[in-house]
Write a protein of this length. Structure first.
Length: 305
């Protein structure tokens, strides 16, 4: 499979098998008003993350025993607010229904330990402003270690990059090559807002870079050299190698959902910068952050237009 999966009006449905790896997956569901969708989780744990709209959900065991039910308030758009979310363990049966219709992301990871369903309030989600100057971006750490520890393998966060800014920068990796201590398969799921800065729109675009170094060839990993134009709804797979920058075109805010999972016994987002560009981090201490960040909070939009 190509690393770049353009939206092309098709539903997002990435499994470890379709991606050619072992752990990470992502599905995006469109829920019609009042129409329930029931999904078995199988061997994967997942988050239920509203992208737009409110969702009612129930979780049962595979034997039919009721486990939990939650109402997710959601949000108008990924560019308007931080959302509440829920965790669902492997070997569960998940039912989703939205009174007015909704779009829901289901990032997932194959795992071995079954954990019970749990609810994550939006107000408890840490929002971080990372970088400085034109590399300022918002990181919404809803499903990362330390902020959310109720998961076996799955790690997730959301990023919003203001128009014209760079994120996932400096380029970094988390694979089997030295000096990395953590291996993660990663999925980037992009949304691009249109001229109103809020509504996802195919008009806008951004750029995504993935590449490998000499150490990857020495380790027997496939060479990667991808400079991609990404549009609303596109997916990019990162099996290994450096990834970044992700650049939002002027005029068009960029969102992406990061989904990570790997073979380690402990969930981690540890990474290694490309040594040629690592020095850039040291410049941020003397540079102001972009006042447009943070863009959102649990209460709504907070950044400048």
């Amino acid at each position: 499979m190509s690393l770049h999966i353009p939206a092309n009006g098709q539903p997002v449905f990435v499994t470890p098998d379709s991606a050619g790896w072992q752990f990470s997956g992502l599905r995006v569901l469109e829920l019609s008003p009042g129409i329930a969708q029931t999904l078995p989780t199988g061997s994967a744990e997942l988050f239920v993350l509203p992208l737009a709209g409110a969702v009612s959900m129930t979780v049962a065991t595979t034997s039919g025993e009721a486990e939990a039910s939650f109402m997710l308030a959601g949000r108008e758009s990924v560019f308007t607010a931080v959302s509440d979310f829920a965790y669902v363990g492997r070997d569960s049966v998940l039912t989703l229904v939205s009174p007015a219709g909704a779009q829901v992301a289901l990032p997932s990871a194959r795992c071995t330990k079954r954990l019970p369903a749990a609810y994550g309030p939006a107000i408890d989600v840490p929002v971080e402003v990372r970088g400085a100057g034109p590399a300022t971006r918002q990181v919404t750490n809803f499903g990362v270690p330390g902020a959310w520890d109720h998961a076996d393998k799955l790690v997730c966060c959301e990023l919003i990059t203001p128009p014209g800014n760079w994120s996932s920068y400096p380029p970094h990796k988390h694979d089997v090559t030295a000096p990395c201590q953590v291996v993660n398969e990663e999925i980037y799921y992009y949304r691009i807002a249109g001229p109103d800065q809020i509504t996802p729109n195919p008009q806008g675009f951004g750029l995504h870079r993935t590449y490998t170094g000499l150490e990857h060839s020495a380790a027997g990993l496939a060479e990667l050299d991808e400079s991609l134009e990404v549009r609303d709804g596109d997916v990019v797979l990162i099996p290994h190698g450096y990834h970044g920058p992700c650049v939002a075109a002027p005029g068009y805010p960029m969102y992406y959902l990061n989904v990570l999972a790997g073979p380690g016994d402990t969930r981690s987002m540890a990474f290694c910068d490309d040594p040629e560009h690592a020095w850039i981090r040291d410049t941020w201490s003397s540079m102001p952050t972009d006042p447009r960040c943070p863009v959102t909070s649990a209460a709504g939009r907070v950044g400048a237009p």
